[in-house]
Structures are given as structure tokens and as C-alpha cells.
Design a protein around this ligand. Structure first.
Ligand code: ZN
Length: 252
């Protein structure tokens, strides 16, 4: 049930989106939780509780204990492949088709924006869709290894040199992909409006981007269930579930 006050905010946000000439969207884990993909910062997700994310999702663990890395990554990848885009992903894709959204900058690795139909997606933390071989640098579509991962015994290995494969996601201790970061920075510098959806803005350096856009004069619409450090700088603050709020914002 949406209160009249929140409804007013939604109407105002819609007006900002209608008038925007360069609207950028920034998304985090919260946009995929309605699709059933757990956020490692929220309790009760199961997939993360037995692990310390900083430890298991690190380059050191992948190199020194690949079996431990894959024991954690395997169920997450299978869960992502079984998941479907939710109404928030779909609404953002529609806004792009209508020429409203210039780009979606996402912290997520699940590819759900693309599966919903978004074309211009900047994946700051990479994607599980491909894997690379640390030995010979060959790259493979991850789905090729799905049957093996479902079986749950052997680790995915490079068919050429037999090294254990690494998904093309950014791990702790790794740099963000340079070209993607640069493109995201350029969009944030040019944006006249930025819609942050489902991000607590806690993961750095990704969280710097919305702040950069605001500092360059972009109007901030912020949809997130929990408070963020940018709340006070938001023109419109919507503490709602993204799958409820974003489809309404997209009804222009
Ligand atoms: Zn190889």
C-alpha cells in the first residue's frame, strides 16, 4: 500500500525522468533480490552465511584454494542461471527502448538486465556469462560448463591446458575493468539525472559513481529499502522495493 506522500514522490520522479536528456541508471544487488538472487550483505540468504565474502570471493582464495572458491561459486552460478528478470529489470529495459535510459551501470554479475532486454549495460564487476583460463588466456561461455557444475564433482578446467577456469567477475583484490569504469565515469559526468536502484552504495569504488553524477549536477532519484550515504542529496527518495517502485517510475 503506497501512501499519498510516497505517491507524490513517485509522480515527481516520473516528471524528472520525462524531462531528463541524459538519464543514467545505477543498480546493485537489491534489483536482483526479487529474482531470488541473494545479496551477501543481507542475512538469511543461506548461500553466504557459511562464508566470509571478503575471503572466499578473493583472488587469493581462487589461486590458493580453487576448490573452496568453486564450492561457493558453483551454487551461486546455478541459482543465477535458474533466475528470471523481475519487473524492475523489465521496466528499465522498456525505458531504454523508449530512448529514456542512456546506460545501466550495474554492480551485479548476473546478466539479468541484458536478459530483460537492456542493451547498454556497463558491468562494473564483470559477469558470470564467460570464464577465462589463467594459463592460456582463452575465454569460454560459462554455459558450456553448466552440466559439469550441476554434477558438482569436478572443477571447470580449460579444455586446452587443463588449468582451473575463473569466471569473468571482479574478485576482491582485483581492479575493476578499465574501459567499463571509464565509460561509466563519462556517463556520470554527462548525466542530468541518475536513478539509483537497489544499491546501498557501500561497495567502493563503484559507489563513487552516483556521487560523481550528483557533483556534476545530476538530479538523484534513489530507490532503496535501506538508508544510504547519499540520501540527503537525493531529490526524490523512495524507500521501496525496486520491483514495486521501478515499474511505476517507468509509466511515463
Ligand atoms: Zn588454458
Amino acid at each position: 500500500m503506497i501512501s499519498p506522500e510516497i505517491q507524490q514522490r513517485i509522480d515527481y520522479a516520473r516528471q524528472i525522468i520525462r524531462q531528463a536528456r541524459h538519464l543514467v541508471v545505477f543498480t546493485g544487488a537489491g534489483i536482483s533480490t526479487p529474482s531470488g538472487i541473494p545479496d551477501f550483505r543481507s542475512k538469511g540468504s543461506g548461500l553466504w552465511e557459511q562464508y566470509d565474502p571478503m575471503e572466499v570471493a578473493s583472488l587469493t582464495t581462487f589461486r590458493n584454494h580453487p576448490e573452496r572458491f568453486w564450492e561457493w561459486k558453483r551454487p551461486l552460478m546455478l541459482k543465477i542461471w535458474d533466475a528470471h528478470p523481475n519487473p524492475a529489470h523489465q521496466a528499465l529495459a522498456r525505458l531504454e527502448t523508449q530512448g529514456k535510459v542512456r546506460t545501466v551501470i550495474t554492480q551485479n554479475i548476473d546478466g539479468l538486465h541484458q536478459r530483460a532486454g537492456s542493451q547498454n549495460v556497463l558491468e562494473l564487476h564483470g559477469s558470470i556469462e564467460t570464464m577465462n583460463c589463467p594459463g592460456c588466456a582463452r575465454r569460454y561461455p560459462s554455459l558450456q560448463f553448466r552440466p559439469l557444475l550441476e554434477q558438482g564433482q569436478d572443477l571447470p578446467r580449460c579444455p586446452v591446458c587443463q588449468r582451473i577456469l575463473k569466471p569473468d567477475v571482479v574478485l576482491f583484490e582485483e581492479m575493476l575493468p578499465h574501459d567499463t569504469w571509464q565509460a561509466a565515469e563519462e556517463h556520470c559526468a554527462r548525466a542530468d539525472a541518475i536513478l539509483v536502484a537497489g544499491s546501498s552504495l557501500e561497495v567502493w569504488p563503484a559507489a563513487q559513481l552516483p556521487e560523481m553524477a550528483v557533483s556534476h549536477g545530476a538530479t538523484l532519484i534513489l530507490v532503496n529499502l535501506s538508508p544510504t550515504h547519499l540520501d540527503t542529496r537525493a531529490e526524490v527518495l523512495l524507500p521501496l522495493d525496486v520491483s514495486e517502485a521501478i515499474p511505476q517510475l517507468a509509466q511515463l
